[in-house]
Design a protein around this ligand. Structure first.
Ligand SMILES: Cc1cc2nc3c(=O)[nH]c(=O)nc-3n(C[C@H](O)[C@H](O)[C@H](O)COP(=O)(O)O)c2cc1C
Length: 320
């Protein structure tokens, strides 16, 4: 079986990617991930707040920028000063022979542009822009939110030449149009979807608490739908993320047209060894279906090929 594939023009020995997380927050973590069989690694994000703090400006209010940042920083003991992040990227690239994708969590344009340039300079193979806008202001129109996102990607495209993936959350009403616009703005890939920090409430203490920071498998269903709809729309490559906990969901993501598949919660729960089992089960499935390469079945069940199954959200055919 040949599991090799490519994502945003980067050759990968297999489609499994370790997601940006605490697992990819150190050179040691990256090394272990690759030894365990990762086809690529997205490094832990450098948050705009860290860059802002490092350049001595006022730290923005977390709630107004990235609700996820503070919790991630606390939970994962984040992390590195921006300059340390650059040497982390450099060492990771030098150490392993699979693509290393650096990650920036950004919102406002000013802070991170210089770092994007520097990340490219130290050799990152690609960059994933982790963009997490939160609409809390009733005067903010959805079109404005999307325009901002597109403008940010346009800016990123101007400052770096390496491939850019945009990682977004699920809450867009017209994702196909947004995908086309992001592509026109210069994105090479789209990571669907980020799973943000979950807000929960302790009803005894009547206080906010952190929700479960790992996903459950059932969260994959909407991911699958949107991958199917958005893949093949443009030449934008798609990375699947959220709720992929085993070979079945990896296979589904590839059938729907995903070009790579990111794993996070499953690796936290089961360890990095889960990747070997997933690859083995993927190969067994391919053998049973007489597929010898990923491209033999990639996108077979995408919207482009099987649009009739995607047209309605509530339709009996989909339930059969
Ligand atoms: C502890 C933890 C830290 C994370 N940190 C980041 C991060 O820095 N940047 C990012 O883009 N996503 C981050 N994520 C989100 C994951 O990359 C992934 O998109 C999400 O967990 C959904 O995938 P899963 O269902 O396989 O867990 C983090 C997730 C976890 C659990």
């Amino acid at each position: 079986m040949d599991l090799s594939t490519s994502f945003m023009g980067l050759r990968m020995p297999n489609p499994l990617v370790v997601s940006s997380s605490g697992l990819s927050a150190s050179v040691e973590g990256v090394k272990k991930a690759v030894e365990a069989g990762a086809g690529a690694v997205v490094l832990k994000s450098l948050f705009e707040e860290d860059i802002a703090a490092a350049v001595g400006r006022t730290k923005p209010e977390i709630s107004e920028s990235h609700p996820e940042a503070e919790s991630y920083l606390q939970q994962m003991g984040m992390l590195l000063e921006p300059d340390e992040y650059l040497s982390f990227v450099e060492s990771s690239v030098q150490l392993v022979d699979v693509p290393i994708i650096a990650s920036l969590n950004c919102y406002s344009a000013n802070w991170w542009v210089d770092y994007a340039r520097r990340i490219e300079k130290v050799g990152a193979n690609a960059i994933e822009l982790n963009i997490a806008p939160l609409a809390t202001n009733p005067e903010m129109e959805s079109a404005q939110l999307e325009d901002d996102l597109v403008a940010l990607v346009e800016l990123a495209r101007k400052v770096v030449k390496i491939p850019i993936a945009v990682k977004i959350g699920q809450h867009f009403s017209a994702l196909p149009q947004l995908a086309v616009r992001l592509h026109q703005a210069g994105a090479d890939g789209l990571t669907l979807f980020n799973r943000y920090y979950r807000l929960d409430i302790d009803i005894e203490k009547v206080e906010f608490i952190s929700g479960n920071f790992l996903s459950v498998q059932e969260e994959f269903a909407p991911v699958l739908r949107w991958i199917g709809i958005v893949s093949n729309l443009t030449s934008l490559d798609i990375a699947a993320s959220t709720g992929i906990h085993g070979a079945p969901n990896v296979i589904k993501a590839l059938l729907a047209g995903s070009d790579s598949v990111q794993l996070c919660s499953v690796l936290y729960r089961e360890g990095l060894g889960a990747m070997a089992a997933i690859k083995k089960n993927l190969e067994t499935w391919m053998e049973m279906h007489n597929y010898s390469t990923i491209s033999d079945f990639h996108g077979l069940l995408s919207f482009k090929k099987r649009g009739d199954y995607y047209h309605r959200l509530q339709y009996v055919k989909a339930l059969k």
